[in-house]
Design a protein around this ligand. Structure first.
Ligand SMILES: Cc1cc2nc3c(=O)[nH]c(=O)nc-3n(C[C@H](O)[C@H](O)[C@H](O)COP(=O)(O)OP(=O)(O)OC[C@H]3O[C@@H](n4cnc5c(N)ncnc54)[C@H](O)[C@@H]3O)c2cc1C
Length: 377
């Protein structure tokens, strides 16, 4: 079969050029689809994001897409340790695992495929006569046989499918930071090395683990320490203050590195002094650009409306305690590529939706239970 015949009736547009969108595009191309990816951000997303735990589904998706990891996939820790407020180790579990950075994974997916159309913000879509047309804020329109909304937790595709449905704030935020190994205070690296460290307090939890450097390097001296601190914040004035940047702008759900107001950073340091183990407090003090995100829950009631699909965070936002955000997006994408192997088929997409909705609900429920345990609610 020539290439043109193989892709006839198999044109897909993917909205969102992050992990979910790039994984979907790579896997659909392997099944003979002609895929174009449209990303709202005008510039490359490199240099953003923090650490993430590598999940089997993500590794399987990379393998299926024939995307090899350049060098070491991440930094391995051997034990999980739990610290008390006075820095003593109260529990040690032998639990080897590998952590990478969002940036390393994104860079690999992006480098392995054709360029993304950057600066294309989807404003809406319409379906007619077995085709779907995507409309963009820059005035461009693109017609395809399938539109995949991989446009994240605040998905525009989903807003059109389910107007008025939005993620719900869970009552706490994740403060986050990345500290280059060379900027760690004396002795701290030796104390934290090879371990995934937790401090579980009353209604808060801190965790930290090493991840590759910004350039993906994993050797000693080149890594970064990724930390996350879950702390309650009431909806309303307290959350508004946290999400208002140094220029006075209230962000929707997260503040990127460098945007935090000085008074907010100061408040974080004061809380760290009050309740964190000294080693963990030292990590926050060594962080030049902390960032923060509100923890939200969302489950779409459906992942499909005709030729328009939702996947990844657009379909369901799962609590980060499950470490499953990228793994779930990858599993959605793998199952989709399998369903579309022989071209577009309604019955196979129905099956895909049923299976992936059930998986998202199960993960979502697990995340809520973990969150309740961690936050003592
Ligand atoms: C910059 C960034 C950093 C992240 N860092 C981490 C991390 O450190 N650790 C972690 O576990 N998870 C991180 N995530 C989240 C993680 O990528 C997701 O939880 C998971 O991989 C599922 O991804 P997704 O592709 O479904 O959604 P997302 O990763 O949220 O990607 C959605 C994409 O869609 C684009 N988009 C949104 N609206 C439109 C529109 N109207 N038109 C076109 N494009 C649109 C967004 O710009 C974004 O690139 C990060 C996400 C982003 C975007």
């Amino acid at each position: 079969m020539n290439e043109e015949a193989k892709t006839a009736g198999r044109k897909a547009v993917v909205i969102g050029g992050s992990i979910g969108g790039l994984t979907t595009a790579a896997l659909l191309r392997r099944e003979g689809w002609d895929v174009e990816v449209f990303e709202r951000s005008p510039s490359d997303l490199s240099g953003r994001g923090g650490g993430l735990v590598l999940q089997g589904d993500m590794l399987r998706a990379l393998h299926q897409a024939d995307i090899g990891w350049h060098g070491t996939p991440g930094v391995t820790t051997v034990d999980r340790i739990f610290l008390a407020r006075d820095d003593s180790v109260i529990r040690r579990l032998h639990m080897p695992q590998t952590q990478t950075s969002w940036n390393a994974l994104y860079g690999m997916l992006r480098d392995a495929q054709p360029a993304v159309h950057a600066g294309f913000a989807l404003t809406g879509f319409e379906q007619r006569s077995g085709k779907v047309t995507a409309h963009f804020a820059n005035g461009r329109h693109v017609e395809a046989d399938l539109l995949v909304g991989a446009d994240g937790a605040r998905s525009q595709v989903r807003r059109q499918m389910f107007p008025g449905l939005q993620p719900r704030y869970a009552g706490y935020v994740a403060w986050r930071g990345l500290v280059p190994e060379t900027e760690l205070p004396d002795g701290l690296r030796d104390r934290l090395d090879h371990t995934f460290v937790f401090q579980q307090g009353e209604r808060h939890m801190f965790l930290t683990y090493p991840v590759p450097g910004e350039d993906g390097a994993t050797g000693p001296g080149k890594r970064r320490w990724n930390w996350v601190w879950y702390l309650p914040a009431d909806a309303g004035a307290a959350l508004d203050a946290i999400l208002t940047d140094s220029d006075g702008r209230r962000h929707e759900a997260s503040l990127p590195p460098g945007a935090m107001a000085p008074a907010t950073t100061q408040g974080l340091l004061v809380q760290a002094g009050d309740i964190l183990a000294p080693s963990l407090r030292a990590l926050i003090e060594a962080t030049s650009r902390p960032f923060v995100q509100a923890i939200v829950d969302f489950q779409a009631p459906a992942m499909r409306d005709g030729r328009v699909l939702l996947l990844g965070d657009a379909a369901a936002v799962i609590r980060p305690h499950t470490a499953s955000g990228t793994g779930k997006a990858a599993a959605d994408a793998m199952a989709l590529a399998h369903a579309l192997r022989d071209g577009y088929a309604d019955s196979r997409l129905d099956g895909w939706e049923r299976v992936r909705l059930a998986a998202a609900r199960e993960l979502g429920q697990w995340g809520v239970e973990l969150g309740a345990g961690i936050m003592g609610s």
